[in-house]
Design a protein around this ligand. Structure first.
Ligand code: NAD
Ligand code: ZN
Length: 358
């Protein structure tokens, strides 16, 4: 049976980021320097001037063109070893899922031998990571609350996180002021990650009353946000931040369904980013999730968001094979949605046809 762990400490509210200094000061340790991973968007942003950065601290601006790769995580670790900064007082990650996952992965790698790829899987991390603080600046993936950090090993093609209790942030600062500047499309795509993984879980076979309760509340909040006139109003940015957090908590007690495996296929074969990939996939999911398909399109229309179409319409046979393989490899979620015999439904021809419909 799952022995679930959730975030122990979180601070929520407008302006909450101002408490970072106090949190860091309370956590005195032998080494007082802090390592920051900050979304590249904030380089030269006034947010940086508000952070309690000291001379010995290290700041890395995390690029978001690519989602995390194991080789980047190893590189970050190597830089810190080279600078003799392997035992910081804290790691602070400020950004979206890419940056939050980077902070988690480096924190684990600094206290565990080997490389990032050695820890892709379940409960492989042996030692607690460096104390870490997560500060999301966009809402939806639940990365701030979950026990994983998604990374791709380019050599093996494996896209899998370090699923471990040690991957969970020690402290969160949830400040809805930080999401004001997110571009509208991105706000929708990332926000929808919460909605989609919750509807996948609730339609699945492997259910759990606690996971269901987190998912139901997260969906309720998503509906309020995305069916309203302005999804990015102050109140709605607050709600979406809570929905994302609850959605991340739900992940510990639930499984996704059909959308995430297809989106993972797009990501591995066509390098499509996670959240837009989910939305593109959802547009081809009417037969599996008819009610939610309708609601999803209603939300997109209401917010004036156009989901890209046709990205997998005309590929060669090799590409469809690769897409098929990187989709059906996700046995657990597909069994959750379609039973253990899911391959009877998701034949190669069927999977190809679904990708062509996107
Ligand atoms: P992201 O990190 O991919 O960033 C998306 C874009 O938004 C970037 O261009 C970024 O610069 C920009 N951005 C972020 N905050 C901004 C702000 N306040 N103002 C302006 N621009 C801003 O965002 P995401 O969609 O949250 O994360 C996707 C990643 O999360 C993927 O790598 C995916 O694999 C991962 N993920 C992780 C989990 C988990 O449980 N660990 C779950 C789902 C997805
Ligand atoms: Zn997701």
């Amino acid at each position: 049976m799952n022995n679930s762990k959730n975030i122990l400490n979180y601070m929520f509210g407008k302006g909450a980021i101002e408490n970072l200094v106090e949190i860091l000061n309370k956590k005195e340790s032998e080494n007082n320097y802090v390592i920051y991973y900050i979304d590249e968007y904030f380089q030269n942003n006034k947010l940086i001037t508000k952070l309690p950065i000291q001379n010995d601290d290290e700041i890395f601006y995390v690029g978001t063109k690519d989602e995390p790769k194991t080789q980047y995580i190893n590189k970050y670790r190597d830089i810190l070893i080279e600078k003799n900064k392997k035992t910081p007082n804290a790691i602070v990650a400020i950004g979206g899922g890419i940056t939050l996952d980077t902070g988690k992965a480096v924190a684990n790698l600094l206290t565990n031998d080997g490389d990032a790829e050695d820890y892709q899987g379940w409960d492989l991390v042996k030692n607690p990571g460096i104390y870490k603080i997560g500060i999301p600046t966009i809402s939806g993936t639940g990365a701030e609350a979950s026990r994983t950090c998604v990374m791709t090993n380019e050599k093996s093609g494996l896209k899998l996180g370090m699923n471990s209790d040690y991957t969970i942030y020690d402290q969160l600062i949830l400040d809805p002021n930080l999401t004001k500047t997110v571009p509208k499309e991105q706000y929708f795509y990332t926000g929808m990650d919460t909605y989609l993984h919750c509807i996948e879980s609730l339609n699945g076979e492997f259910r759990n009353a606690i996971g269901d309760a987190f998912s139901q509340q997260a969906i309720t909040l998503c509906r309020e946000v995305f069916l309203s006139d302005d999804m990015m109003s102050d109140e709605n940015r607050e709600k979406l931040m809570v929905a994302s957090y609850l959605g991340g908590c739900a992940l510990a007690n639930s499984f996704v369904g059909i959308i995430h495996p297809f989106s993972a296929g797009l990501s591995v074969v066509l390098d499509t980013h996670h959240c837009i990939g989910n939305c593109i996939t959802m547009n081809a999911m009417e037969e599996f999730y008819p009610k939610e398909f309708e609601e999803f399109n209603l939300m997109a229309d209401k917010q004036g968001i156009k989901i890209p179409k046709g990205i997998a319409a005309n590929l060669d046979e090799e590409k469809y094979k690769a897409l098929y393989n990187s989709t059906v490899i996700h046995e657990k979620p597909l069994s959750n949605a379609l039973s253990i015999n899911f391959k009877d439904i998701l034949t190669f021809e069927k999977v190809k046809e679904i990708f062509q419909r996107m």
